[in-house]
Design a protein around this ligand. Sequence first.
Ligand SMILES: Cc1cc2nc3c(=O)[nH]c(=O)nc-3n(C[C@H](O)[C@H](O)[C@H](O)COP(=O)(O)OP(=O)(O)OC[C@H]3O[C@@H](n4cnc5c(N)ncnc54)[C@H](O)[C@@H]3O)c2cc1C
Length: 280
Amino acid sequence: MRYDIIVLGGGPAGITAATQLSRSGLSVLVLERQRVGYRLAQARRLDNLPLLAPTSGGIVAATLAEQAQRLGFEVRRLEATGARWQAMQREFVVETAQGPLLARRLVLAVGLEPRRLPELEVSERVAYYPTELDALGVRQLAIAGSGEAALDGALLFAERGAAVTVYAKALSPTIVRALRVEAEAHPAIELCEGAPVQAVEATAGGLRVRSQQGLRPHDALLIAVGRALAPRWEQLRLDAPRERLYVCGDAARGRLGQCALALGDGMSAALSIVRDWGSP
Ligand SMILES: Cc1cc2nc3c(=O)[nH]c(=O)nc-3n(C[C@H](O)[C@H](O)[C@H](O)COP(=O)(O)OP(=O)(O)OC[C@H]3O[C@@H](n4cnc5c(N)ncnc54)[C@H](O)[C@@H]3O)c2cc1C
């Protein structure tokens, strides 16, 4: 299949770009490997979007999905496993498990991949996204990480009634102050600075986490130790012409950004594509 534009990623950046592009009459396909707004759905509370009252990431993600459906452009639940620029044909080939797809322009809005710690992945009780733990009914959660995603996850589970221990070398100085104050004050959250996770053992129905605090039992471990753009997209950025490939949102920054930035990037990419559409 050939499209004017393929958008990789159905987060705020990708859905905003697709919305504006389809309004302009171009044929658009969004590929999303999970659900629309999957990453956003992990956020406990979004309170820095001035057009919305503070609300959970899950609600914003659901709104994004509804809007995408209402606006009528095509969204396929399908992973892009790679993409390359074909200079002769002047088009992109996007690889998927259902075969290749073609497009004249590509919007890369895939967000970031969690940095993995394979040595700690001892069972399915070790996760990188809070939603992966939903079915486990976690009562005692360990979190490995020192940034905003770690504290956001700690508050999310503490508000659900779990006891949470955050294991960190040192909490990041860039954490938003309000988030840090809230986590420090929460009676169900224990912040163990100077005690990063050293090892994890699987036990019957749980885990044991080793740190400077000794060996302690937990139901599950959430790893939140940073994010990066997947290497295959770094290569595409080097290979594709700048005026054909538009990189938006977190993918453009290489670190966890902000929803409002992603929305703005998506809109900006769409307007640039429409403006330059007629050029060779
Ligand atoms: C815990 C947490 C708390 C946060 N709190 C806030 C906050 O309070 N305020 C705020 O403004 N922001 C917050 N953020 C950040 C915000 O969620 C991101 O900045 C925003 O979602 C980035 O949007 P994006 O469209 O660039 O990428 P994403 O939202 O990451 O969307 C990328 C999408 O691409 C999909 N994808 C990835 N690879 C592929 C592939 N190969 N094929 C197909 N699809 C693919 C992913 O499944 C994902 O749905 C928070 C994030 C987290 C994790």
